[in-house]
Design a protein around this ligand. Structure first.
Ligand SMILES: O=C(O)CCC(=O)C(=O)O
Length: 327
């Protein structure tokens, strides 16, 4: 599918190919996500937009050739500047599926020290897809981070699992309630650089944790700009990078309905009084800021004094929509 809208007919995505990665058009992609719990939207974001932003990725991560070039300083930089969520897992054998603490190296949380990557986090194609799939315009970004992996850091092979750790209560998976987890591919994710593996269709995430059903395993390989969307009921796992000199970079962009306080992961409030957030916020439309919870123009929260304060806090923001909507 050409995500900027170049679409073929929805009939290109039939039950026969319901388990194959890649779909024909956005309506078909939405339907596939709703029915099967996951979809790989091939090329959702144009390559040029990814490449423009990724030029700044190398301010945050060592380039693959640097990392693999033998200078330990680059490895140290990777380990030192990334955030592994505090994950600590029991030491596992090097072989086979396991959660290993080092798999979670390489996380850098939004907002990034990169204006271009910050703008990519709210790319209209991804936001538009999430709204269509979730069936509501009133959505929030609740997970926003970049994850870099390099061949040889650890064995990245995980057991199949469902992401029950995005919600403090059991997941309700129905229109109007469901959340959408997603990875936007910042690099080409070919078979030997660890495309996420999906196990069949959705499973009930409210039942005891028993493992995925037997059946097909699908590798979500895709070019940069593709977006893997899945739900918390989908059994999936990370796999190992086997390509010598390989790497993989994804941007997590996950969404929940407005008001779903029980779902969460990342939030920007703790860093919202400083750059890079303030610089990013100054570039945002009301609709973009609302993705992070800001009240829209016309909301009873706003007074003339608060709109003035918004302009002082984010110099350069276009506050006219908030001001115009004051009653
Ligand atoms: O990295 C991946 O491909 C998937 C990782 C994953 O599912 C997890 O860490 O929960």
């Amino acid at each position: 599918m050409n995500a900027s809208g170049g679409a073929t007919s929805a009939s290109d995505c039939t039950d026969a190919d319901a388990t194959s990665a890649g779909v024909a058009d956005l309506d078909a992609a939405v339907e596939h996500w709703q029915e099967h719990g996951w979809v790989l939207v091939d090329g959702l974001v144009p390559t040029a937009d990814i490449d423009h932003a990724v030029e700044e990725l190398w301010d945050l991560y060592p380039r693959p050739e640097e990392f693999h070039g033998g200078d330990p300083a680059h490895r140290e930089r990777f380990v030192g500047t990334s955030f592994n969520q505090g994950h600590r897992f029991p030491k596992a054998d090097d072989e086979g599926p396991a959660f290993r603490s080092k798999q979670f190296l390489g996380h850098i949380l939004f907002p990034y020290k990169s204006p271009r990557l910050n703008r990519l986090q709210v790319h209209p194609s991804v936001i538009g897809f999430a709204r269509r799939a979730m069936g509501t315009a009133d959505i929030r970004i609740y997970q926003a981070r970049i994850w870099g992996k390099y061949t040889g850091v650890t064995n990245y092979e995980q057991p199949f699992h469902q992401d029950r750790n995005h919600n403090v209560v059991p997941d309700r998976l129905e229109p109007g309630w469901w959340n959408l987890e997603g990875f936007l591919y910042l690099s080409d994710v070919e078979d030997d650089v660890a495309p996420t593996e999906i196990a069949g269709g959705p499973g009930d995430p409210t039942l005891p944790y028993e493992g995925p059903p037997d059946g097909e395993r699908i590798s979500a390989a895709g070019r940069r700009g593709s977006y893997l969307a899945y739900r918390p009921d989908v059994w999936h796992r990370g796999v190992n990078l086997t390509r010598p000199g390989g790497s993989r970079f994804l941007m997590s962009a996950s969404f929940k309905p407005g008001g779903a306080d029980w779902i969460g992961y990342d939030n920007v409030q703790p860093v919202s009084t400083a750059r890079p957030w303030s610089s990013f916020a100054a570039t945002c439309t009301p609709d973009e800021l609302a993705l992070f919870g800001a009240p829209l123009p016309g909301h009873p929260y706003w007074t003339a004094e608060l709109v003035d304060a918004l302009e002082r806090r984010y110099p350069g923001i276009d506050a006219a929509p908030w001001r115009d909507a004051l009653s």
